[in-house]
Design a protein. Structure first.
Length: 233
């Protein structure tokens, strides 16, 4: 019948209002936040971010670690070794920056890149020992130990070679030992070197002898003594 439809009668379709409510609710869920059905979405707050800033240690802090890591003056009294020299001369003086870590193949120098503080000691008497400790700001000991191994491979085999006679001490993360023949007649004929690393702390220990076997034996006996202070720093 013409004119008898819902639009003609002026009445809304049954259920029409409920349909609109459900549509608005769905839109609200999808948009998360709305002012009203059909309104502009409200922007969600930005996600919170956390920024971590690493503050590098100061030279004074590095120096304190170097002091703790180096062997004490009387460490080799029982072996007949006396402290001959400390650099700096006392603990009250600051350590040095930019010191050589080690010398390979007679002349090839290895140095620390970046900020570091070093302390050095030499013992003589019945032993002939050298130690230098480097407390580094950001370079890892593992990087230096790896660089030494790589560079040592370029040395002539009669000048330097890795030694397996010296065992890695407990508590040390990175370790490498090698022996070198000294061609300078004014030097002790053989020197055996050990590098020990923990994080950004590294030490080089050198024992000298008239023969390679003597230098290796001396280094083997003293490395655990050096490690006692080093692993606690």
């Amino acid at each position: 019948m013409a004119g008898s439809g819902y639009a003609a009668s002026g009445h809304a379709k049954p259920g029409g209002t409920n349909v609109n409510v459900r549509i608005c609710a769905a839109v609200a869920v999808v948009a998360v936040l709305t002012t009203a059905c059909g309104g502009e979405p409200v922007a969600a707050p930005p996600a919170a971010t956390t920024t971590t800033t690493t503050v590098p240690p100061t030279p004074a802090e590095l120096d304190q670690r170097a002091k703790a890591a180096i062997a004490p003056p009387g460490a080799f009294d029982a072996l007949g070794g006396q402290l001959r020299q400390s650099t700096p001369a006392s603990d009250n003086e600051p350590g040095a920056d930019g010191e050589i870590v080690t010398t390979l193949c007679g002349s090839s120098e290895m140095r620390v890149d970046g900020t570091s503080v070093a302390r050095t000691r030499v013992w003589t008497g019945r032993v002939s020992l050298f130690q230098r400790v480097h407390a580094m700001s950001d370079r890892t000991a593992a990087t230096l130990v790896g660089a030494v191994q790589t560079r040592l491979n370029s040395c002539a085999k009669d000048r330097a070679e890795q030694t397996k006679a010296v065992a890695k001490p407990d508590g040390v993360d990175d370790f490498f030992a090698h022996c070198e023949a000294n061609r300078d007649p004014e030097q002790v004929p053989w020197s055996c070197h050990a590098m020990m690393g923990r994080g950004t702390l590294i030490t080089v220990v050198v024992a000298s002898g008239q023969t390679k076997a003597a230098a290796e034996a001396q280094l083997t006996s003293v490395v655990p003594i050096f490690a006692e202070s080093f692993v606690k720093a």
